[in-house]
Design a protein around this ligand. Sequence first.
Ligand code: FAD
Length: 415
Amino acid sequence: MGAPSPPTSFRPVVGAGGTPAAHTVVTELDRRGFTGNVVWVGGDEGVAAYSKPALSKEFLQGKLARDRISLPPPPTDHIRLRRLDRALCTRLDPEADRVLVDGTWIDFDALFVCTGMRARVPRPFAGLPGVHALRTFADAAAIRARLTGRPRTVVVGAGLIGSETAASLRTLGLPVELIASGALPMEDIVGRQLGEFCLDQHTAHGVVTRASTMVTALTCPSPGGPVTVEFDDGTGTRADLVVLGLGAVTSCDWLRDAGLDTSDGLRCDATLRTGRASVFAAGDIANWPHPVFGRRLRVEHWSNASAQARHAVESWLADLEGRERPVFADIPYFWSDQYGLKYQMAGHARGHDEVSVATTGPGGRPFVTYFREGRLVAAAGVNATRAVMRTKALIQSPATSSAASPSPHGMRETT
Ligand SMILES: Cc1cc2nc3c(=O)[nH]c(=O)nc-3n(C[C@H](O)[C@H](O)[C@H](O)COP(=O)(O)OP(=O)(O)OC[C@H]3O[C@@H](n4cnc5c(N)ncnc54)[C@H](O)[C@@H]3O)c2cc1C
């Protein structure tokens, strides 16, 4: 019997989006020996693929230049690749399996939707001089360009990007105020215990944090002049630079008329296939039922985007080759680097009913384990890579219960 013939298709396969999910789709198609045409619609950024996590860390701190955060171009050993840079998908015609790219329809055998998210910028704050969101390379470059004047900086929003930005700018010695709408930075992501630790770190490093505070107005009377920041308690401050870390919205607009469910990202089945057999989704935009957590998730983390991209390709190849499509069951994971410390979390803590807190390392860094109905669902820690990674494996195992808490030193203290 000869070797199996490589997977191929008649019409092109289209990857929609830039970095990293679409980049991984293209890379994976080639790695899997796919021999057909691939069209990569790379989005409007007009730059080669790069590491987004580095933007708020090494790039902002000036430790890594643009060329050091680039991803290698996808291999083309098997695929015939047509890259469309500075190009956007503007419409999907699901009945005809074709996508409109800058006025031209492209027919496809498969479409991988990886159009991710864009920064949420409230309309009154958009386009104000001295006010920047941080989502793209252009955003990060614009912020970095302003740092030479050692600006007084206000960071609005204390989620992952806001907290990291505050830490990076403070590491450069800039005066930084961090505005948190909740009581603690990063609390929504890593929970109360790590949120308290994160606040202490900001304070110890000289960041002034205003908790439970909303920004009601930003005004910049003269371009190049200071920005006036008004708060909901009637007070205010002035800044030379304002960075908005107010979250992001999914880039689903172009799918509006396609008859697909885009109520929270693009809904897919457990194999990452959407309501249309030839359309798959991966990355921040994908909303899928997670078999371990028994609920739909949409995960906004770097490693999830590439893992889903590889999986979506596998799902499509399985269809092509008459195999059963596999379910995507990876455990969500993310990290964040601040002041030389690495925050990490694995799993999904929403709906937990028990928390176990241990402390590790100098100064008592919290390591928090979350359970739901006796089952381990998540863990988060600081400089605790091995314990967090062990948690990932334990969560995946159906036999895991509270008895198997992966605390770093075996200590358990239930709150
Ligand atoms: C500053 C920053 C720091 C981060 N740090 C971390 C971290 O430390 N750890 C972590 O786990 N995660 C981190 N993340 C999150 C991580 O980067 C995202 O989860 C990841 O980038 C998602 O990848 P994606 O490909 O799904 O979407 P995106 O990265 O949003 O990419 C989507 C791409 O699609 C393009 N696009 C949009 N619309 C269209 C269209 N209509 N047609 C074609 N293309 C389109 C866009 O231009 C973009 O290039 C960070 C994100 C940012 C912004």
